[in-house]
Design a protein around this ligand. Structure first.
Ligand SMILES: [Zn+2]
Length: 339
């Protein structure tokens, strides 16, 4: 929880965190190194100097460090773990559900553990999803359309096999589908991250909620138009707020577009920990304001209520989390999205 100087409390959910292992012993090939180096470039490029990590820690930080950075120093009341397997690059996987479970074991339900699925795995993948769900009990799963799988260098959400997996989620009661649609990472293909297949699946499964992580960056305007036509599509901001220090005008422009087209009720904060950490981002964001022209473009000022929704209340509603009464927004008439 964050508290302002005036004593206003802000409930915080980090909607996008990882617990990864990119140490040399876990790398299967050179891509295990180039992938984490791409993340590292993001870390160095966006993080204020005083908050930067040594590369060694970035390779592997472990659950105790994550607990401290998220829940002790990082203001988080909850954090949502999003696994990324990358089994073609890492021996035990990069950031699997199994690996992420270590944070839940340490922190309990504050660490929300999501599953992962890849429709190219056919029956075997469905069995794996069912077994993981029986073991961990997911509210959400993550899909990563640019992942390599044998000869395949990615897939589209328009493919028929995707529908079978969505039906399986529906049967299992998993109603939140996180989709990474954002910046490309070496050696993955940029076009496999293209956001322009999300409307297809969102229209076909109106009872599922699709959180588009990274809001389709750099195609934020494509995402805006898709989300404005699909009420079950939400914006997972991860990496967008991370630009607040290095590129504040770029950040303001993206956020203004998102607020205008998608609105303050369907945007979810994320740090993409450990690419960046929630502490400094939240401190910068709470101090941040649009100038008058940008607020006009956004259709709203960055009020305390708008910040509260983005930082925690929208994710709390999606994941059905209890919010203490003193963290709720001051105008209850505004609290109505994603019901
Ligand atoms: Zn991520």
């Amino acid at each position: 929880m964050f508290e302002t100087e005036a004593g206003d409390k802000v409930f915080v959910v980090d909607g996008h965190v990882h617990l990864w292992d990119a140490r040399e012993a876990n790398r299967r090939n050179r891509y295990g190194l180039t992938f984490i180096e791409s993340f590292w470039n993001g870390h160095e490029g966006m993080t204020p100097e005083a908050e930067r990590w040594p590369f060694e820690r970035f390779l592997h930080y472990g659950p105790e460090r994550a607990r401290k950075d998220l829940f002790e120093d990082g203001y988080c009341d909850y954090a949502i773990l999003l696994p990324t397997y990358l089994e073609e690059f890492y021996v035990e996987g990069f950031n699997t559900t199994e690996q992420c479970a270590a944070l839940r074991d340490l922190c309990g339900e504050k660490a929300i553990l999501n599953g992962r699925m890849d429709p190219r795995e056919g029956e075997r993948g469905l069995d794996r999803l069912r077994a993981d769900h029986a073991r961990f009990g997911f509210k959400g799963v993550k899909i990563y359309t640019a992942e390599w799988y044998g000869e395949s260098k990615g897939y589209s959400l328009k493919e028929d096999r995707v529908g079978r997996y969505m039906e399986a989620c529906r049967e299992l009661g998993i109603s939140i589908i996180h989709i990474h649609k954002g910046p490309t990472i070496h050696p993955l293909n940029m076009d496999a991250f293209d956001v322009r297949d999300v409307d297809h699946v969102a229209t076909a499964f109106p009872d599922l909620t699709f959180v588009v992580d990274h809001c389709g960056m750099p195609r934020v305007d494509d995402f805006c138009w898709i989300a404005s036509q699909e009420p079950n599509v939400l914006g997972g901001l991860a990496l967008i707020p991370s630009f607040i220090h290095a590129r504040p005008r770029y950040f303001a422009q993206m956020l203004a577009d998102l607020l205008f087209f998608v609105g303050p009720d369907r945007l979810i904060f994320g740090s993409d920990y450990a690419i960046t950490s929630p502490k400094w981002i939240i401190e910068h964001f709470m101090d941040f304001d649009f100038d008058e022209a940008t607020a006009r473009e956004a259709g709203t000022a960055l009020t305390l209520d708008v910040k509260r929704k983005i930082l925690g209340l929208n994710a709390a509603r999606l994941y059905d989390l209890d919010v203490p009464p003193d963290c709720r927004i001051s105008d209850p008439g505004l609290d109505r999205a994603a019901e």
